[in-house]
Design a protein around this ligand. Structure first.
Ligand code: DC
Length: 671
């Protein structure tokens, strides 16, 4: 999916429905590490399946953990505190939640048991600081080597090395709370001879993430005591014990996009978000309070949230966002719809995330027409006085992409560059978004593909739709289903045909389209529709104006976000005359006859090329000269002779036209 390096989100109008959240990234990676260090087996349910969890799983496997899928769950057999391998090179992508705790855990394990482990990531990971954690590990006695720039990954940890667990271990808390989290997760490995104390230097930021760490440690048998947020103690003799089964809650940061969506656009029925609620252990659940303060109408249950638009425009505010560093990014986009400037403060940690999020947010929101001021640890957003369509750069930061999509309610389309970056935490984000939003039909892009029979337009249309993540309308199948029903009910035996009776059936077809299947009142009629008798009958019923009218509304209803590929003879002329791209296939009769011949032979059906060609030519003539919906290209159609093109080449040609089309109207990236 997302064949193009960008995704166009048409101007959106409203939202309603239910979404189910993917598992929490923070919980998933902590649970995986704890399960990997524990004795015994842990069954993990509802684990997030994303880039960041995949690198953690790969790392645990490389370290010798056995990980098996068991239906929907994952079974992790832990190391029980003993290294199964003494050397490994771990690639951790851009996952801070894997890099920091694995560095700490492997540093302690190597010190105790010997070995050497390398940890590296993508280029951006090598710009994200880890020096404060490394310093803390070194004072403990661990051997940590910088393999690149000092204070940043890549690095290596090795041992054996004597550890001094008597003195408190000091760690800075004001750059990233992940340093403290990493020590808390790793130090139970060294608490066999006595308790270990950690002292935090500087003001501890992002405390809710430390609370997640403490809560999960408790589930794995480690009861950390703390004095305020300054001193933490790991009791002597701590041992990780598998709790048996762990359910991962939905991701509260991911929930923020849908809470914002409801606040902006759930003007009728609410938007329901399942997977987190007021019982959540994730700090970002407090985004709900911030969204309420901006005017959202929110009800929370233990494990679900329902949101409606309340105040409109939203209310501008000034907020210390230290407690919700990730979700606060979503507030910056909500601020575009507020009644004045919104200021977010205490967000210095944004500068060391997947990208410098303050700078990135400022520059992308400006493109939309917002007035932005920024400081070292704050951001002020004044809503656009007039919205501009923009191409949003995403900086390999999943949150930029998800936030950017919420800017599509300003009445202009937005383009999201590199949409695949959402795979870091929410691989199905756009599909989930599109399942609950509506646009005015005329704003939804349509690609109409037509051509003579056997030109390969059905295959081309299905492939283009799949590559763009668009819906598909195979209008021929609507005529075929109508024909099938008419045949079964004996309606084609009348002469002249009772057009009104057939049209009445067409207007109320109990149809459902599934990938690769057509269901008629629950019956799979996919194969029945391809029968020659049905094709002939379809050609008859499609010549009846009453039937064409009856199917018109049904065809229009396929025009839904994010876009539609419509295949059939009058798609670009009658049904979607405003289609943004129209393609007309023009393969020669000789070529088409040859293709059909091959197709039949491969199915074991004997056929004669000459008579196939004569049939096709006769049908072309009939189709192009018939009074009702004759086969002819729309005036503004792109003609595509695919006689000597493979399907792949035809698809590429259409996609190239499509991206050209967008680049005409849309601002250039970065512009
Ligand atoms: O593309 P197909 O072979 O599945 O189409 C079945 C019949 O319906 C064929 O005779 C053409 C006709 N048709 C039509 O009249 N208008 C459309 N939009 C699509 C198909």
């Amino acid at each position: 999916m997302y064949a193009l390096p960008f995704l166009e989100v048409p101007p959106l109008a409203s939202a309603a429905g239910t979404v189910r959240l993917p598992g929490s990234k923070s919980i998933s990676n902590r649970v995986l590490l704890l399960a990997g260090l524990s004795e015994g087996e842990t069954v993990v349910r509802d684990l997030l399946d994303s880039d960041d969890t995949r690198v953690m799983l790969d790392a645990l496997r490389a370290l010798g953990c056995t990980i098996e899928t068991d239906g929907e769950a994952l079974r992790v057999r832990g190391l029980g505190g003993t290294l199964a391998t003494r050397s490994a090179a771990l690639f951790l992508g851009n996952a801070g939640t894997a890099m920091r705790p694995l560095t700490a855990a492997l540093a302690v394990l190597a010190a105790r048991q010997g070995g050497r482990f390398e940890l590296s990531g993508v280029a951006r990971m090598h710009e994200r600081p880890i020096g404060d954690l490394v310093d803390a590990l070194r004072t403990l006695g661990c051997a940590v080597d910088d393999l690149g720039q000092s204070g940043y990954p890549p690095l290596a940890v090795r041992g054996p090395a004597p550890l001094d667990t008597q003195r408190p271990i000091r760690v800075r808390g004001d750059v990233s709370s992940q340093f403290l989290t990493a020590l808390l997760l790793a130090l139970p490995l060294a608490a066999d001879q006595g308790p270990i104390t950690i002292e935090v230097e500087g003001e501890l930021i992002s405390r809710p993430y430390v609370e997640i760490t403490l809560s999960l440690l408790a589930r794995f048998g480690i009861d950390v005591t703390r004095e305020g947020w300054r001193r933490f103690a790991i009791p002597a003799g701590s041992r990780y014990r598998s709790p048996g089964t762990v359910h991962v809650e939905g991701d509260a940061s991911s929930a923020s996009y849908f809470v914002a969506l409801g606040a902006i656009a759930a003007t009728g029925a609410p938007l329901r978000i399942e997977g987190v609620g007021h019982d959540s252990i994730q700090g970002d659940i407090r985004f709900v309070e911030a969204a309420r303060a901006m005017g959202a109408d929110i009800r929370t249950g233990a494990n679900a949230i329902e949101v409606r638009r309340g105040a409109w425009p939203l209310r501008a505010l000034t907020l210390d966002a230290n407690h919700i560093p990730d979700a606060a990014k979503t507030l910056a986009v909500m601020a575009l719809y507020a009644d004045g400037p919104t200021t977010l403060t205490q967000i210095a940690s944004w500068r060391v995330k997947e990208t410098d999020r303050i700078a990135a947010m400022a520059s992308e929101l400006r493109k939309l027409g917002a007035a932005i001021d920024e400081g070292p640890d704050w951001l002020r957003i004044a809503p656009p006085s007039s919205w501009r369509s923009a191409s949003i750069r995403t900086y390999d930061d999943h949150r930029m992409a998800m936030c950017g999509s919420l800017a599509a309610f300003g009445g202009v389309p937005v383009r999201i560059e590199d949409p695949k970056c959402v795979a870091k935490t929410f691989p199905d984000y756009f599909e989930t978004l599109f399942s609950v939003v509506r646009a005015r039909p005329e704003d939804v892009p349509v690609i109409a593909i037509d051509g003579p029979t056997a030109s390969g337009k059905g295959t081309l249309a299905a492939e283009v739709a799949a590559r763009l993540g668009y819906g598909l309308l195979d209008s021929g199948s609507l005529y075929r289903v109508t024909a099938l029903v008419a045949l079964r009910q004996g309606l084609l035996e009348h002469d002249p045909l009772d057009a009104a009776a057939i049209a009445a059936r067409a207007a109320t077809l109990p149809l459902a389209f599934e990938p690769g299947r057509v269901l008629l009142a629950g019956e799979d009629v996919t194969d029945a529709l391809r029968a020659e008798t049905v094709g002939l009958a379809a050609s008859q019923v499609s010549a009846l104006p009453a039937v064409r009218r009856a199917l018109h509304e049904l065809q229009l209803s396929f025009r839904r976000v994010p876009g539609l590929v419509a295949d059939g003879r009058d798609m670009g002329t009658v049904v979607f005359p405003g289609a943004q791209l129209k393609v007309f296939l023009t393969a020669s009769a000789a070529q088409r006859a040859e293709r059909r011949h091959k197709q039949l032979i491969s199915k074991g059906i004997s056929a004669n090329i000459a008579s196939l060609r004569a049939d096709l030519e006769a049908r072309d003539l009939r189709d192009s000269t018939r009074a009702v919906a004759p086969l002819r290209p729309a005036e503004d159609a792109h003609l595509l002779d695919n006689s000597s093109l493979t399907i792949e080449q035809s698809v590429d040609r259409v996609l190239a036209w499509w991206s050209e089309h967008w680049s005409v109207g849309a601002p250039r990236p970065g512009g």
